[in-house]
Design a protein around this ligand. Structure first.
Ligand SMILES: [Zn+2]
Length: 270
């Protein structure tokens, strides 16, 4: 069976995003992500309050290269939640990961007025009020909440990304993993925007197969800056195993934007 990826390679049968629908028909359904946020059509919603975060730095476990991205896994604890904002339930952080481009002009999955950012960070949470596990929640319409943060290239190193990036250099190849051993853990909220938590929100899907239409998307208006050198650490990751004869980088691991099908993006700000 062909496996999915982001671009066609001639030496094997990788399904690129336009072909995902062959194995995952939901790819053509009407609640797919990512989308372009057309700010002229966004509707301010006065009832959308601030999101509340309560992340436990000690719960950050390890970094895994899965061949499509790096994933920072989070152990379950009794306080690792987001609530409020557009959410009617409590959602617990399971993992976070990124999408990025081979050059600075491309990389993010969501776009704003057609503009793509250099990268996009996804904090994946699942509904602990209604479901027993992330696996149980992942295909339910209210199962998942993802916080999305745009990343752009700035002049200075981001100090908190700087704590994580040395671990990425230890998982250069697919299926490699390394434990995060920072004294005091890692404060995940430190890599979110700091000046404002204003956000856009809409109902969408996972952006990778199986593309379940289970995600309440919350996308921060403010982008976070990291240095060019820090972004190069993402670009050095390989989609291939250490023993593979032919090596290939993970790059341009973003899905193109999908049709709105009448959906409306709401904003917490005017
Ligand atoms: Zn993602």
């Amino acid at each position: 069976m062909p496996h999915w990826g982001y671009r066609r390679r001639h030496d094997d049968e990788v399904l690129d995003p336009e072909e995902w629908c062959k194995e995952y028909p939901i790819a053509k359904s009407n609640r797919q992500s990512p989308i372009d946020i057309d700010t002229s059509k966004v509707q301010y919603n006065a009832s959308l309050g601030e999101l509340e975060f309560d992340y436990d730095p000690k719960s950050i476990k390890n970094v895994v290269n899965n061949g499509h991205t790096f994933t920072v896994s989070v152990g379950q604890t009794d306080k690792n939640d987001i609530t409020k904002g557009p959410l009617k339930h409590k959602y617990e952080l399971a993992q976070f990961h990124c999408h990025w481009g081979s050059k600075d002009e491309i990389g993010s999955e969501h776009t704003v007025n057609g503009k793509q950012y250099a990268a996009e960070l996804h904090f994946v949470h699942w509904n602990t009020d209604l479901y027993k596990s992330c696996g149980d929640a992942i295909d339910k319409t209210d199962g998942i909440a993802v916080l999305g943060t745009f990343i752009k290239v700035g002049k200075t190193n981001h100090p908190y990304w700087g704590e994580l990036l040395p671990y990425l250099t230890k998982v250069l190849h697919k299926d490699q993993a390394v434990d995060i051993t920072l004294p005091g853990g890692f404060h995940a909220a430190n890599i979110l925007p700091t000046n404002t938590k204003d956000y856009y929100t809409y109902e969408g899907s996972l952006t990778t197969p199986p593309l379940y239409e289970s995600v309440t998307w919350i996308l921060f208006k403010e982008a976070v800056e990291i240095s060019k050198e820090q972004l190069e650490t993402f670009r050095a990751l390989m989609s291939t195993k250490a023993e593979d004869a032919k090596q290939q980088c993970i790059s341009d691991n973003f899905r193109p934007t999908q049709p709105m099908h009448g959906r409306v993006v709401a904003a917490s700000f005017k």
